[in-house]
Structures are given as structure tokens and as C-alpha cells.
Design a protein around this ligand. Structure first.
Ligand SMILES: [Zn+2]
Length: 337
């Protein structure tokens, strides 16, 4: 237990993670269709600003701008031969910002899905997935990331391939899945399934949990599912700031800083240790979350009724752990954290 995240977890009973990389970069002028990872080299000042905004808002940990930095995703931008370079640059800028913070701040190297469907359902083999994740992991490691962080994963096969790649790179790691389909991941996993799956991984994560998905309420229900299933590692909660709504040609998230402050405290009461936001979460949300975590005492483990009262309705009646709901949903567009 010598990595920076484990050390920080020993001294604190909660950590504030960061917010949305995508939402913040779009606000800085990124166009949808652009590869944000190219900015690590072409516009490093913007990436420095992105990280600094999270640190200044009180984050103890932030994710690097490398979510789509694997060969399969970068190929869409003819940059598949720049995986190492772009990931190293993402982590180097992160290292620089974290080391200037004046308090311990963890640089977590973000690794998103390959975007391909894995065998046996799809054509991406386990070996190739491990190779792709490994290439990215080595770049993030070379740039000085403290831990690796695979996120927004929906298939157990892909989560396991990432774990194997991180072991090859000799790096500690965290991993989150997105439970966006009536409480399950797109590939049908429930919160309890994930706890079971994580328990069988040899190179165990430092922490694991959920990110993105639907709204903050659904994510809270998933966190309750993790604790009910006997999660052994610290739990990560990175929920979206409310529910996405299409408005005037843009996606808006309706969650206010006050709502995210309530969510942060509820997530801690539910058993999460690393708490942050995902899509729609801006520095104002993070500041409100930090203040709430620092000033409000711990409460009872919230019931589903409390969650609905404070954060709004769930998107589905069941979270799937009772056997209800769909098992495998049709594939939809990818999302970025
Ligand atoms: Zn998200």
C-alpha cells in the first residue's frame, strides 16, 4: 500500500474527486467530434486550466484528459500512433498541477472504453484489448500518474482486460462502470454483479464504483447495491449533475450545486469514500460538495425514500438486483465523462 491514493485514504474518511472532463472542455471551446486528447499537446494551457479548476474547487483527486486515449478511439482521428505521447502529456500536465497544489492531490490516469465490443459478442479479442489498455497505461505511467482509472465501462470482459493491462504496467488502479440502463450497465451487469466480479480480479483495484449513468438518484441506488453486496474496497461515486436534457441544440444537466452537495453527503452516508461528479459537474458544483462534506456530519445510511426526497425520482422502478428489468440492452452511443 505505497501508492499516493492508498496513503491519502489512510488519513481521510472521504475524498473529493473531480467533475466532468467533457462538459468543462466543451465550455472551453472543444467541438464535439474533436479528440480532446490532442489538446494535451496542442493546447496544454487549457488542460492545465481544466485540472487547476478542479484542484482550486477542492478536489483531492482528478482524472487526466485521456479518456479516449486508446488506439481504437484515436484511430478515428488518425492518431492511433500517438497513444504513448498523448497519454504521457496528459499525465505530465496533471503531475505539474498536483505538485503545485500545496496539499496531497492524486493524479488519476483516465482510461475509457475502447469503443469496440469484446468477444464473444463482438470482434475485439481479450489479447488485443489488453494490449491497447497496456499501451495507454505505459504512457500515463511515464507521465507520472499516481494511479490508473478505468471508467464508464459496461462489459465485465473489458473491465478485466483493463485490470490485466494495469498489472502488466505495474500500476495501482481504480475502476468504475456506468449503470445507465434501469440500474444495470448496458451489458446487463448489476451493482451486485460488479462486486462479485471485482472480488475475483487478481490485481485488485484500490477502489471501485460507479460513474455517469443516469441521474444522481440512480447512482446513489447503485452505491447502496455495492454495500449490500459486501464490497471490500473503498467505493467510488461519480454521478452526473442531474439528468441530461436536450435544449436549444445542447445537452444541459439540470443539477444545481445545492443538489450535488446533498448528493455528496448522501453518497458518503451510503458508504462511498471517493465522491465526485460526472457529466455536467462544474467547479461550482465541486465547491458546494466540498463545503457540504466538510461541514455536515455523517447521517444514517439513506433509504430509497430519502434519496428520492432529496435528489429526485429514479429512472426505473428496479435497479435489477431483484432480477427485474432488462438483462442486455441495445448498444447506444458512447459517452464521455
Ligand atoms: Zn458522465
Amino acid at each position: 500500500m505505497t501508492d499516493a491514493l492508498s496513503r491519502l485514504l489512510e488519513t481521510r474518511d472521504w475524498l473529493l474527486a473531480d467533475g466532468a472532463t467533457g462538459t468543462n472542455l466543451f465550455n472551453m471551446g472543444l467541438s464535439s467530434g474533436d479528440a480532446p486528447e490532442l489538446w494535451n499537446v496542442d493546447a496544454p494551457d487549457k488542460i492545465r486550466k481544466l485540472y487547476s479548476m478542479a484542484v482550486e474547487a477542492g478536489s483531492d483527486l482528478f482524472l487526466t484528459n485521456s479518456f479516449g486515449g486508446n488506439a481504437s478511439r484515436l484511430k478515428l482521428h488518425q492518431s492511433q500512433d500517438r497513444v504513448f505521447e498523448l497519454n504521457k502529456a496528459a499525465a505530465e500536465i496533471g503531475r505539474e498541477v498536483a505538485d503545485k497544489a500545496g496539499r496531497p492531490v492524486v493524479v488519476a490516469g483516465s482510461v475509457g472504453p475502447t469503443g469496440d465490443i469484446m468477444a464473444p459478442m463482438g470482434s475485439l479479442t481479450h489479447e488485443l484489448a489488453v494490449e491497447m489498455f497496456h499501451e495507454q497505461a505505459e504512457g500515463l505511467k511515464a507521465g507520472g500518474a499516481d494511479v490508473l482509472w478505468v471508467e464508464t465501462i459496461s462489459a465485465a470482459e473489458e473491465f478485466r482486460a483493463a485490470a490485466e493491462a494495469f498489472e502488466k504496467a505495474g500500476m495501482p488502479w481504480c475502476g468504475t462502470m456506468s449503470f445507465d440502463t434501469a440500474g444495470r450497465t448496458m451489458m446487463g451487469l448489476t451493482s451486485a454483479d460488479m462486486v462479485k466480479m471485482v472480488g475475483k480480479i487478481g490485481h485488485a483495484p484500490v477502489a471501485f464504483g460507479a460513474n455517469c449513468g443516469t441521474g444522481a438518484s440512480d447512482l446513489m441506488r447503485t452505491v447502496l447495491g455495492f454495500t449490500a453486496a459486501g464490497a471490500e474496497q473503498p467505493i467510488i461515486a461519480k454521478g452526473n449533475a442531474g439528468i441530461p436534457k436536450y435544449q436549444d441544440g445542447h445537452i444541459h444537466y439540470d443539477g444545481t450545486p445545492e443538489l450535488m452537495a446533498d448528493y455528496a453527503v448522501l453518497a458518503r452516508d451510503a458508504g462511498a469514500t471517493i465522491i465526485g461528479g460526472c457529466c455536467g459537474t462544474m467547479p461550482d458544483h465541486l465547491r458546494a460538495m466540498r463545503e457540504a462534506l466538510e461541514t455536515r456530519g455523517r447521517g444514517e445510511r439513506p433509504t430509497l425514500e430519502t434519496i428520492v426526497d432529496q435528489l429526485g425520482a429514479f429512472s426505473s422502478a428496479s435497479d435489477g438486483t431483484d432480477g427485474a428489468g432488462p438483462t442486455r440492452a441495445a448498444r447506444r452511443g458512447r459517452r464521455r465523462g
